[in-house]
Design a protein around this ligand. Structure first.
Ligand code: ZN
Length: 492
């Protein structure tokens, strides 16, 4: 399996540190607000990467932090008259809720910065003792970038060139303008913890590094985040690991591309800024996933509501195909010999899986993976149309299972039923009224209603046909005409 490594600028064979196991970490959000769809893209990308690694049989341990102490949280607390802890708690819960709605799997380990102060202080002590960090009179502690000969290794930056290009900051306590705070002295009213350097709180870069070391051990296999984190956040993380424990932080660094809205950078000032919650309130999670996964995770992603509208139909096509396969399987007579069409679909199923894995093995090419899924959808639809009521139960079920299996890697859940299971019982009353139905099965009532509607239309008895159609619509159902006959299912 080939994975692009930001540090080496090339695709490399993924070789786990421990055979069969992958330890990965993705920087979590700073919890001061609802996350936006740019963040969501990153979390989605790593969710699918994790799912695919699991699909390939790796035992994956996935950790993601919550940055619950930060200037932004403190500012938000001051603006709204709450404590920083209240803001962080509320936004952490909101984040977790939106990730669940989006279908992102929970991390195995979700450390919170404020619970890890001890591990961070231990690391800072090590760095000071080794001459890589220094406390200053104000109570801050800085990492000395000059002390780390490999500084710049991840982002490919050169300190001398950077200094020439930057205006030197005003902080004259720092020995170098690129030295960064490992520990920040507390200002009045800020959350703080006691430390050997006075009351204060940890710096952001310190957090992830100490938590990775504590929970996963260094180095880990994969460290991920948005491309905007390469410098300085990840550069600083890896510098601390090198200097504290003499080990790289991660073997492979993976970064997601930026998200643009209608071709422009998303920003509040341009009025094109959207939270994940706003988007999920209007569109199914599966459609948002499909849209985002149509672009490779490293490439810039063009988001637009117009594209999302189109993709919602694509998702429906996938769901309908899986349902129709299961429906056909239920209707098929007992299987006899497989015929040519059955065997051709069997080959298409195997080919789709092979193509899917080939694409995903190439640096998680989700666009190619989706194309493989939809080529199977096309093959299935052709088969269902041509075979009409002479389908093979076994082949239909295999096809539906394969669609479900591959879609699940993308985090899209397909119904395992033909759709009849979840028909509303109110159909029974409707069928009693308009179709002379006397049983109490919703599924049979649906068949009776469709037959009565067909009969009424043939007899040009429009009053009855319309009444049935209206009754069906009110129940949130749609009639779908398939080669094997009309059927009812819930409108997605
Ligand atoms: Zn981080």
């Amino acid at each position: 399996m080939l994975v692009y490594n930001t540090q080496t600028h090339k695709k490399e064979e993924l070789v786990p540190i421990e055979p069969g196991k992958i330890r990965m970490y993705v920087c979590g959000p700073t919890v001061y607000d609802q996350i936006h769809i740019g963040n969501a893209r990153t979390f989605l990308a790593f969710d699918v990467i994790r799912r695919y690694l699991m699909y390939k049989g790796y035992q994956v341990t996935f950790a993601q932090n919550l940055t619950d102490v930060d200037d932004k949280i403190i500012n938000r607390a001051n603006e709204t008259g709450r404590t920083a802890a209240e803001v962080a708690e509320e936004c952490s819960n909101a984040f977790i809720e939106q990730m669940h709605r989006f279908g992102v799997l929970d991390p195995d380990i979700r450390p919170r910065a404020t619970h890890e102060i001890e591990a961070m202080q231990e690391m800072i002590v090590r760095l000071i003792d080794a001459g890589h960090a220094y406390p200053v009179p104000s109570g801050d502690v800085y990492f000395s970038v000059r002390s780390d000969t490999s500084y710049g290794i991840l982002s490919g930056r050169d300190l001398d060139q950077m200094r020439a290009g930057e205006r030197v900051g005003v902080n004259d306590e720092k020995r170098d303008p690129f030295d960064f705070a490992l520990w920040k002295a507390a200002k009045p009213g800020e959350p703080s913890w006691p430390s050997p350097w006075g009351d204060g709180r940890p710096g952001w870069h310190t957090e992830c590094c100490a938590m990775i070391h504590r929970y996963l051990g260094t180095p880990i296999d994969i460290h991920g985040g948005g491309a905007d984190l390469v410098f300085p956040h990840h550069e600083n993380e890896t510098a601390q690991a090198m200097c504290a424990w003499d080990t790289a932080l991660a073997n492979t660094w993976m970064h997601t591309g930026m998200l643009r809205v209608d071709g422009e950078k998303m920003s509040k000032s341009l009025g094109n800024f959207y939270t994940l919650k706003e988007v999920l309130d209007k569109y199914p999670a599966g459609a948002v996933r499909l849209l985002m996964l149509q672009t490779h995770y490293r490439a810039p992603l063009d988001f637009s509501f117009e594209r999302l509208e189109g993709v919602a139909g694509t998702l429906e096509r996938l769901q309908t195909c899986a349902r129709n396969l299961r429906w056909a399987a239920e209707r098929s007579p007992q299987d006899g010999e497989l015929n040519d069409a059955d065997r051709a679909l069997g080959r298409a199923i195997d080919a789709a899986r092979e193509e899917f894995c080939g694409q995903m093995d190439d640096d998680f090419n989700t666009a190619g993976g989706l194309a493989a899924i939809f080529s199977l959808v096309t093959a299935c639809n052709t088969y269902l149309a041509e075979a009409a009521d002479d389908t093979s139960t076994a082949v239909c079920l295999r096809a539906a299972d394969m669609l479900g299996e591959l879609a699940a890697v993308m985090g899209i859940e397909l119904s395992r039923s033909a759709g009849d299971d979840d028909l509303p019982v109110a159909l029974v009353d409707l069928a009693r009224e308009h179709a002379g139905y006397e049983g109490d099965s919703a599924s049979d009532a649906a068949d009776a209603l469709l037959a009565a509607r067909q009969e009424a239309r043939a007899a040009k008895n429009w009053g009855v046909a319309d009444a049935i159609r209206d009754g069906i619509t009110v129940l949130g159902l749609v009639v779908e005409d398939t080669a094997a006959g009309a059927r009812l299912h819930r409108k997605e």
